[in-house]
Design a protein around this ligand. Structure first.
Ligand SMILES: [Zn+2]
Length: 75
């Protein structure tokens, strides 16, 4: 059975355990894949707002997800 990895909603790459991620509602993005609106908590891609983020400074993926959802960890 294949593992169900968390994937970035922008580039569709699996989230690596040490990636810096931005959470937008229930979706996850690499910090580098989104632009953050300077004055608030709004994340955007190519100028299109995608929603409010709870962690605008980004966070390390393993703080948010279980091991089985992440790539790059040993079993
Ligand atoms: Zn990405």
């Amino acid at each position: 059975m294949s593992k169900k990895l968390k994937r970035c909603e922008s580039c569709n790459d699996p989230i690596n355990w040490d990636d810096t991620v931005i959470l937008v509602e229930d979706d996850v993005y690499h910090k580098d894949c989104v632009e953050l609106y300077p004055t608030g908590y709004f994340a955007m891609i190519d100028g299109e707002p995608i929603g409010e983020t709870e962690n605008d400074n980004g966070g390390v993926a393993w703080e948010y997800f279980d091991d089985h959802e992440l790539e790059g960890l040993d079993e």
